[in-house]
Ligand binder design. Structure first.
Ligand code: G3H
Ligand code: 13P
Ligand code: ZN
Length: 307
């Protein structure tokens, strides 16, 4: 079916108490794994394009790829701009046919964040596209950081109310302890559920969780078994993700787990079959693992069976 506007997917998710994964894509195989698995599990899904993806593969290429492939599945798919840097980037995404955009001005002071976000909301809403913005900042949370300094980066619940009212955004990304990448804090990565409750009590639009990868043990094992030097990675525990959803999280961003899956599969073929040089065999194994990760996320978040 044609791409669906993000708000349509997420309002239903928050209302009915499940979350929709937003997977980062960079190429054909990641997009195939996401769409084939979402179709098989009857799940709505977001596919998002980061700045890095845009530079690697091209915004128009990825937009055309996702739109064309999504037109041949029967589940709702939104194409989303991940961490849009500025107004110009948002306009480029709108022009390229994205059905959801994020403006990330979270590193600016509150008033400036409001101002920049509002400008993007006006443009996106004029063409029927929904908008995500972020308040607070994702950080690598370290055990030895003093609470005051740590709190300074997390989303303030009363600021969140003012931010949503003043910007008219459609969904809000909150900073509640997660961070991007495969090394989420020292020791047990955490989600500040108490803070999330306070935000969700006062903000009724769908909430978005960034930095949500779980860094599954089975993928870490495969990486290490093929000689990858990745130290001691750590992700968000499944039980924390499960608990955050009835608390208002309706969109959950996943990139790192997909990177691990694709790379683990490729490494396996390259190291175990040194004679192999057909890239389809090498990347194909990565795609198999990608599908497994996508399946696990759709089931974990309760999105399976909702389309
Ligand atoms: O939000 C961060 C994502 O993991 C995307 O990262 O710009 O390197 O693709 P990237
Ligand atoms: P992860 O690095 O945990 O996969 O988070 C991705 C993300 O938040 C993209 O916006
Ligand atoms: Zn993010």
């Amino acid at each position: 079916m044609p791409l669906v506007v993000g708000k349509q997917i997420l309002d239903k998710a928050r209302r009915e108490g499940y979350a929709v994964p937003s997977f980062n894509t960079n190429n054909l195989e990641i997009t195939q794994a996401i769409l084939e698995t979402a179709e098989a599990l009857r799940a709505p899904v977001f596919i998002q394009v980061s700045d890095g993806a845009r530079k690697y593969a091209g915004m128009e290429n990825l937009s055309n790829l996702v739109r064309d492939m999504a037109s041949r599945v029967s589940v709702p798919v939104a194409l989303h701009l991940d961490h849009g840097a500025d107004y110009a980037m948002v306009l480029q995404a709108l022009r390229a046919g994205f059905t959801s955009v994020m403006i990330d001005a979270s590193h600016h002071p509150f008033e400036e964040n409001v101002h920049k976000t509002k400008k993007c909301v006006e443009a996106a809403h004029a063409v029927g596209v929904s908008v995500e913005a972020e308040l607070g900042r994702l950080q690598g949370i370290e055990d030895n950081i003093v609470v005051d300094a740590k709190d300074a980066f997390l989303t303030d619940p009363s600021e969140a109310v003012r931010f949503v009212e003043q910007t008219s955004i459609d969904y809000l990304a909150v900073a509640i302890g997660t961070s991007h990448g495969a090394y989420k804090g020292k020791g047990r990565p955490y989600i500040d559920h108490a803070r999330l409750e306070q935000i969700a009590r006062r903000v009724s639009i769908p909430l978005v969780l960034h930095g949500s990868s779980g860094v599954p043990a089975w993928l870490v094992e495969k990486m290490k078994a093929t000689g990858a030097d990745i130290g001691d990675p750590a992700g968000i525990h499944d039980e924390d993700v499960r608990r955050a959803i009835p608390q208002g999280i309706a969109k959950i961003n996943i990139d790192t787990d997909l990177r691990l899956a694709l790379t683990a599969g490729m490494r396996e073929v390259v190291t175990r079959s040194p004679k192999e040089f057909d890239p389809r065999k090498i990347i194909g194994k990565g795609r198999d693992y990608l599908k497994q990760v996508v399946r696990e996320k759709l089931e974990l978040m309760g999105a399976a069976g909702r389309a």
